[in-house]
Design a protein around this ligand. Structure first.
Ligand code: ACO
Length: 333
């Protein structure tokens, strides 16, 4: 059974409540229908009730009636959530009048539902930019204890099985932190190891990537990666990690052993941690397009509740898969 099928099977019947704030959008509603049909999650769909119902019947979707539908502009708990948002953000200067407007935004209502215990997770981003999905999550849900930087990992499934774990690799951070500090990079490495274990089911071997291998070039950008590697080892001495490594030294056995002899990771890495968001985001999109890899994610790591962001170019299947991953994260598996 392939990884996606395993992920979907694990989510089945777990009945986690996942909010989908873009329910009037075609791919999201079609995905919701499949999720409900396969029983991958219970769904709370946010949007205009009449529009959702009309779209569901227009596209002949048979299962949408099983979802709870909530119209952010018209429901009886608007004032309750406005007060809740105001209390959570008044120290940041938010006024109650602003909170009353913000709770009509489905992306804010989604995180407030999670905060209030009405839902366990959220998937959004088919119609909204990453920053607009992440900001409410950062402000209201916050990070897990011990984590300061939320990051985004991609599970990359290569048609060519030569590299990583039989063609399976995890890339991070591809979605959130434009210029992570050494401390943040160390946290990203640790969080990505967890994603590799819990979501992809592999034993993580982490390469901290740069344009240099073990001092072959001298630059402050390499120093940051070296410092991050040391910090990660100090934070988790069990971690299988090495850096700084170039991508070929990380992946290709012969090159790895030549450039970094004796490294337990060089040539065997299955988790690639990139030094910046430019590198991580460009790398995953190039590998996806040029190598025809399947890119699952970004799986957000380090938030206090599972919230995942879609690419606006996502397919219906991408949405279904990310909801299944979110349900599994909510279930702690
Ligand atoms: N982890 C946890 N919390 C964070 C993080 C982070 N990485 N970054 C910001 N925050 C928190 C801040 O502490 C702050 O909280 P507070 O208001 O309670 O004090 C809140 O989020 C807002 O912080 P700002 O500094 O104002 O952050 P801003 O809203 O400007 O930006 C954002 C945050 C949106 C995530 C920004 O870093 C960003 O745009 N990143 C790039 C996202 C992106 O475009 N990715 C590429 C596309 S994704 C793809 O292709 C799949």
């Amino acid at each position: 059974m392939n990884l996606i099928d395993q992920i979907r099977l694990r989510a089945q019947g777990t009945a986690k409540r996942i909010v989908m704030p873009e329910a009037t959008e075609e791919r999201s509603l079609r995905a919701a229908d499949i999720i409900l049909q396969e029983d991958l999650a219970r769904l709370i769909l946010l949007g205009n009730r009449e529009e959702i119902s009309a779209n569901a019947s227009h596209w002949n979707l048979q299962h949408i009636h099983k979802a709870q539908i909530l119209d952010p502009k018209d429901h009886d708990r608007k004032e309750f959530f406005a007060q809740m948002l105001f209390k959570l953000r008044q120290s940041k200067g938010l006024r109650i009048e602003q909170a009353r407007i913000m709770v009509e935004d489905p992306l804010y209502l989604a995180v407030l539902l999670i905060k209030n215990g009405d839902a366990e997770g959220e998937v959004a981003g088919a119609n909204n930019a990453t920053g607009d999905v992440l900001r409410p999550a950062f402000q209201i849900i916050k990070t897990q204890p011990g984590i300061t930087a939320v990051s985004g990992a991609f599970i990359m499934i290569m048609p060519e099985k030569t590299y990583g774990d039989n063609g399976l690799l995890i890339f991070a951070d591809c979605a959130v932190n434009p210029d992570p500090s050494a401390q943040e990079l160390a946290e990203i490495a640790i969080a990505t190891a967890q994603t590799a274990k819990n979501i992809a089911g592999i034993d993580p071997k982490i390469a901290m990537l740069s344009f240099s291998t073990k001092g072959s070039a001298n630059h402050p950008r390499n120093d940051k990666v070296i410092a991050a590697t040391q910090l990660a080892k100090a934070l988790d001495p069990q971690l299988k990690i090495d850096g700084e490594l170039q991508a070929d030294a990380a992946l290709v056995e012969a090159i790895g052993q030549k450039k970094s002899p004796g490294s337990p990771i060089a040539g065997r890495a299955n988790v690639l941690v990139f030094p910046s968001l430019e590198a991580g985001n460009i790398a995953y999109k190039l590998v996806q397009r040029l190598a025809n890899a399947e890119a699952i994610g970004p799986v957000l790591q380090g938030l206090a509740a599972p919230i995942n962001d879609l690419s606006r170019g996502c397919s219906v299947e991408d949405i279904v898969n990310l909801v299944a991953i979110t349900a599994n994260q909510a279930n702690g598996i």
